[in-house]
Write a protein of this length. Structure first.
Length: 119
């Protein structure tokens, strides 16, 4: 899967890469880039954004053109340590779903998805 990890811990990014995912990491690959620019790049490269930042939800909803090739997956857990995130990231990676075109939230209680397309 082509992914963009926004504010994720390094061990999670490394684990995703070790599993064969193509992961760009904001901290090293795109440091200093705004959230809007990151989402635009994710859309142009058909990458799913993995984030802990609620702002991405709002940015995705307010985009002039809806997400079609990318999506946003917001992980909500506290504390967001590698140990607590790992099961949620595993659920994401193993889910049989299409993430592109959706804004999703993953918590310990499950996955919620909303279409990112305007009607």
């Amino acid at each position: 899967m082509r992914l963009f990890a926004d504010d994720f811990p390094k061990p999670i990014v490394e684990a995703l890469r070790a599993e064969g995912h193509d992961v760009l990491w904001a901290r090293t690959d795109l440091a200093g880039t705004s959230d809007v620019a990151l989402l635009d790049r994710a859309e142009s490269e058909a990458r799913i954004v993995l984030t802990l930042d609620k702002d991405f939800w709002q940015i995705a909803v307010q985009r002039r053109s809806p997400l079609e090739q990318s999506g946003v997956v917001l992980f909500r857990i506290h504390p967001a340590t590698p140990e607590s995130l790992a099961p949620l990231v595993r659920a994401f990676a193993e889910a049989d779903t299409t993430w592109a075109g959706h804004i999703s939230i993953i918590t310990v209680d499950g996955i919620q998805m909303v279409t990112a397309r305007r009607r």
